[in-house]
Design a protein around this ligand. Structure first.
Ligand SMILES: *Cc1c(COP(=O)(O)O)cnc(C)c1O
Length: 437
């Protein structure tokens, strides 16, 4: 399968090139040339399969032409060492719990898959060291760093906004050592993302070292996220609850919801997607007005969604390229809502007290969006619970006036010693740091 750039000014790339480069030469995002449609029988049969089997079928559709089945299945197996269960929260609302992986957030799926795929290409081609640059607003850094920890031939630089990620998030990528370096940037997440993008465009830097990205712009990170949409459907199907499915996705860079759209394009019967945002609502504004105007992000308590210029917007545009009136068609598939910090807090408190379910601030946006959408009685609402609430313990404890339990996996990170390199947000400082490595 070949990959083209959303800007359509770069040559087609192989899977390996797309994964190793991350971003196309014309600054566009890579997209697979074709989206293989699974037949209805295959999807209906998923309710009788394990998550591993389901994911292998989906992975085969994307990567089967480029990687031998046995190797691919092995990569899928190593990626999914945990489950993504669907849990009933209230009436016809279900939570897809994506936080049972090593860093307790959904990004573990993409982070682990990409690390293994890149590791495989490096080994196969005998490539010299590849350097992964990843900007994080909190959860990406930990998932990518932990996914890549100890993978030979790869060094990871995690760029994060100083003082803007929770202490628990921070320790998940600053305490690892080995092939992981944390860069603490005096700026916002958007500044971190801009530094990464500039680095890829800098010829001198790219001659000095081989760079790639592990943000959801990388196809190896975002495509595997479609695995759990199929798995969720299969679980609901088993319960007889898969008809008229409305899926609500707490969104920041829009990689997760784009993977959901890919699943739908592959044939997964999803009636509608909901993009749930915090106050960073440029996508909602696009749905309402047809105009996309990126702006600087604002800080919220759902900080992994503090994104003012979602990078996967270009992919969503591209998925709808075949339609004359793209905006109209997008509105047929996606509804948007946005929530203030106060509304998020209210939701966490309400759901905890009424349903006994503990939401994190991101999942709370997903849940509340289903409430606002007002499901019909024949619809099932599924929201993606993207992180374990304990990752945001300070916030959740304050809201509930409680002391929520920290899973052992998280406690282990908190025992480590923080190591980071502090840098200002200008590109020259970042570049000279990298040139010395
Ligand atoms: C990254 C993240 C999101 C947003 O996902 P995107 O793919 O960037 O839209 C939502 N919730 C949590 C907990 C995250 O870590």
């Amino acid at each position: 399968m070949k990959y083209y750039s959303t800007n359509k000014q770069a040559p087609l790339a192989t899977l390996e090139e797309a994964v190793v480069k991350g971003l196309a030469g014309d600054k566009g995002l890579y997209m697979p040339e074709r989206i293989v449609r699974l037949d209805e029988g295959t999807i209906n049969n998923m309710k009788n399969q394990s998550f591993h089997e389901i994911a292998c079928t989906v992975a085969q559709a994307f990567f089967g032409e480029d990687i031998e089945t046995e190797t691919l299945n092995e990569i899928v197996k190593d990626t999914l060492s945990f489950d993504t269960p669907v849990v009933n929260v209230s009436e016809n609302i279900y939570s897809l719990e994506l936080f049972h992986g090593p860093t307790l957030a959904f990004k573990d799926v993409g982070g682990r898959f990409m690390a293994r795929l890149l590791g495989y290409f490096i080994q196969k081609e005998g490539l010299k060291q590849v350097n992964v640059l990843v900007a994080t607003s909190g959860d990406t850094g930990s998932a990518v760093a932990n996914g890549f920890l100890g993978v030979p031939g790869i060094h990871v630089y995690v760029l994060y906004p100083k003082g803007k990620v929770s202490p628990i998030q921070e320790c998940q990528f600053t305490t690892l050592g080995q092939n992981i370096t944390a860069l603490e940037i005096d700026g916002t997440f958007d500044d971190c993302q801009a530094l990464v993008k500039s680095a890829f465009m800098d010829d001198e830097l790219n001659r000095h070292m081989k760079l790639t990205s592990a943000n959801s712009i990388n196809v190896a990170r975002f495509l595997p996220q479609s695995f759990y949409y199929f798995n969720a459907y299969a679980q609901l199907d088993k319960l007889g609850k898969a008809d008229n499915l409305v899926i609500s996705v707490p969104s920041g860079n829009f990689g997760n919801i784009t993977a959901g759209l890919f699943a739908k394009w592959m044939g997964l019967p999803v009636k509608r997607f909901i993009a749930a945002n915090n106050r960073n609502d440029v996508f909602l504004e696009y749905l309402r007005t047809g105009i996309y105007s990126p702006r600087p992000s604002v800080a919220t308590i759902a900080n992994a969604m503090d994104v003012g210029d979602p990078s996967n917007f270009a992919r969503i545009m591209d998925l709808f390229d075949i339609y004359g009136d793209k905006h109209h068609e997008i509105c047929q598939h996606i509804t948007g809502y946005r929530f203030t910090d106060e509304e998020i807090e209210y939701t966490i408190r309400y759901v905890y007290e009424n349903d006994g379910y503990l939401l994190d601030p991101h999942g709370a946006c997903g849940y509340q969006a289903l409430i606002q959408y007002a499901l019909e009685s024949d619809e099932t609402g599924l929201f993606l619970e993207t992180a374990h609430p304990a990752k945001f313990k300070g916030t959740v404890d304050r809201i509930l006036n409680a002391d929520i339990e920290i899973p052992a996996k998280l406690q282990a990170f908190m025992k480590g010693t923080k190591q980071s390199v502090e840098l200002c947000k200008d590109f020259d400082a970042f570049k000279s740091y990298l040139m010395e490595q």
